[in-house]
Design a protein around this ligand. Structure first.
Ligand code: B12
Ligand code: SF4
Ligand code: SF4
Length: 371
């Protein structure tokens, strides 16, 4: 309950005002508690609320990131920066941002496959269904309930793709803190969770921001295969395997290719290293449980996927969005890094691929596998 500020005021005259304030505080706190229960019923593992303007340092940090070119080919990051860096500018009528955490903790150690060079490592989030669809539907259900309860309220829901920086907002809403690997970490959930946001015109009581609990730890920084962290809490996407395998179009710099190892889609190395994951909760939604054939798929089979087979194999998966060419390019880099002479023939078959980056990757892989 909100403790009324005017407690020491003259009792007789102050009593009514005091009672009214307390009641109003109660109602919104009570509503927030019901909202949280609704979010839990829908499957979210955590909820926090902040004001849209609660992360004022974000705009400056985004600006610095873009000025250094750390976004690489993600040109959209440099567009609409006035919205991305300032959630209050995106929708000036919004008074509260409800940040929600959706757990996708793996039931296996995603690092096991890194010791199997004839297999490809697909990041945990992509081993089954695309989270965008799942989280957006959940957000809409919670949002619809909020409006039923408060017909005057308006909402907008966001997950990942809008010009909203979800991590600083989630930290401001107390869901956790941005770890040195830059993703959000929570004392209760570890780091295996997605974020979703509901912006609303409703004035909800905000939570206290999350406190940094990284301390002296630097496990995520030290484990990164490509040295993608120029400093703690800062990422240079141009060196990040997640960026290189998912977002980067065309050939990857030759200098970086050996560092990709057998990562063929995304990377979880920094997340998996985080000691806070011992508090991670199991993923409730079976759609996040890994499909068996995507935990350690054979490079030889993946390299042979043509466009139609690729689409069929990855229907419903986020991998489908990267397209066959980028994916097979990654598989060929992994083949080049495998040291497995049996894969020589596989790469040779792609030398004349119509896609330049694929043909280039095949040449590179053959060069690496030649005795
Ligand atoms: C672009 C993007 C990427 C890019 C760039 C990532 C990055 N760190 O910028 C790439 C493709 C590399 C990527 C990779 C991944 N991503 Co991503 N990505 C995004 C996206 C769309 C935007 C992020 C963004 O705005 N980056 C811009 C830069 C400026 O932000 P930043 O690195 O966080 O920079 C901050 C820090 O540098 C910080 N900072 C600077 N100095 C200091 C100093 C101190 C003391 C502190 C505290 C902070 C600080 O300030 C900056 C602004 O907050 C978000 C969704 C969204 N709309 O927010 C998902 C998102 C961040 N990604 C997500 C995930 C899951 C991943 C991967 C794990 C996927 C994978 N397995 O491959 C990896 C993790 C790699 C990593 N270590 O970050 C989740 C993270 C969930 C979580 N728990 O935090 C998000 C939120 C998507 C979602 N809706 O769930 N991603
Ligand atoms: S996702 Fe992989 S490459 Fe990217 S920062 Fe983390 S450990 Fe490094
Ligand atoms: S691995 Fe260590 S430094 Fe990195 S986010 Fe986790 S606690 Fe922080």
């Amino acid at each position: 309950m909100n403790r009324p500020a005017c407690l020491s005021n003259e009792l007789e005259s102050g009593y009514r005002i005091l009672w009214y304030q307390a009641k109003e505080g109660d109602v919104s706190q009570a509503f927030k508690a019901r909202l949280e229960r609704k979010a839990q019923e829908e499957g979210f593992a955590g909820m926090g609320v902040c004001r849209p303007w609660a992360a004022p340092e974000t705009a400056r940090r985004l600006q610095a990131y873009v000025e250094k070119g750390r976004h690489g080919q993600m040109a959209w990051m440099a567009e609409r920066m006035h919205w991305r860096g300032d959630a209050a500018a995106l929708w000036p009528e919004a008074k509260s941002v409800i940040m929600l955490a959706e757990v996708y903790t793996p039931d296996h150690d995603p690092r096991d496959v890194l010791n199997r060079p004839d297999r490809g490592a697909i990041s945990v989030y992509a081993q089954n269904r695309d989270y965008h669809d799942i989280v957006k539907k959940r957000l809409k259900r919670v949002g619809r309930w909020l409006i039923e309860e408060n017909p005057q309220a308006q909402i907008k829901v966001f997950v990942d793709t809008a010009p909203v920086m979800e991590k600083p907002l989630a930290a401001a809403a107390g869901l956790g803190w941005q770890g040195k690997h830059t993703n959000l970490v929570s004392r209760d959930l570890g780091s295996w969770f997605f974020l979703g946001a509901i912006f609303t015109t409703l004035d909800l009581p905000p939570d206290a921001p999350g406190r940094d609990n990284c301390g002296e730890c630097r496990a995520c920084l030290d484990v990164c295969p490509t040295g993608a962290f120029p400093a703690p809490y800062q990422l240079d996407a141009r060196r990040c395997i997640s960026y290189l395998t998912i977002e980067h179009n065309g050939p990857v710099d030759e200098e970086l290719r050996p560092l990709l190892g057998n990562h063929i889609y995304g990377c979880d190395d920094c997340l998996a290293a985080c000691p806070w994951n011992k508090f991670a909760k199991a993923a409730q939604d079976a759609r996040y449980h890994a499909r068996d054939e995507l935990v350690a798929p054979r490079l030889a089979e993946l390299a042979m996927l043509d466009d139609a087979a690729f689409r069929a194999h990855f229907a419903g998966s986020p991998i489908k969005r990267s397209g066959r060419n980028r994916f097979v390019r990654n598989v060929l880099y992994a083949i080049g890094n495998s040291g497995d002479a049996a894969l020589y023939e596989v790469a040779a078959r792609l030398l004349d691929d119509p896609d330049n980056a694929v043909a280039d990757a095949a040449r590179w892989a053959l060069g690496r596998l030649e005795p």
